[in-house]
Design a protein around this ligand. Sequence first.
Ligand SMILES: [Zn+2]
Length: 240
Amino acid sequence: MSMQESMEPKARVEHGIVEPVASVETLEVALGNMSIQRVSHVLNTHAGRLEVVCGSMFSGKSCELIRRLDRARYAKRKVLAIKHAFDCSRVSSESICAHNRGAFPAVAASSVPLLRSIIESNMRLSITERANVIGIDEVQFFEPSIVPFLVGLVSTGMHVIVAGLDMDFRGEPFGCIPELLARADETLKLQACCFVCGEPAHFSQRLIDGQPAHKSDPIILVGSEESYEARCRLHYTCPE
Ligand SMILES: [Zn+2]
């Protein structure tokens, strides 16, 4: 056995997580004798992963994100959930909420720098406390710089799951979503039911006083059922 192998901690891998057989202290002592590169090699049993869940409003994106984050928790992964919030100038406690059911504890951030500070704080936690699965809801509202940030995060071995609207109310691709879709390991496009006919719908119709909004109206308006409807291609009115 080489000197390097003899210094390697005895750890068992379960559900993709390296867990020390003896104690955290034993692992930390052993890791202390290694180079940064070697530590990274031991800890990163995963290559990292980016999953993108997208679709129209009322298509169940947040519900699917919550399901995936719950599944990660059942698999004994540590999860950090983040959601976009417009009225948040600093980090605050929130929940990812699905229209139909369920909620998942999350922290809120309104910009990529705030998102970065939340995740960097996580990376400074001990190995037993650090989240290795990160979920982000309403990801389409973050600035374009979220793309290289998340791609870099995945390259460190992080499992990242994001959910967001793929099109705005004008039927145009929404913000960072197209590039995230292109760079993802796995994508899922969900459909809602058309509010008019009940057929599968992938457009988000914005209504003001019951009428389709105009193209010149601002894109961002955090909506409810009163101001948005899911529509099929037949019943969607493209704003003029
Ligand atoms: Zn329809």
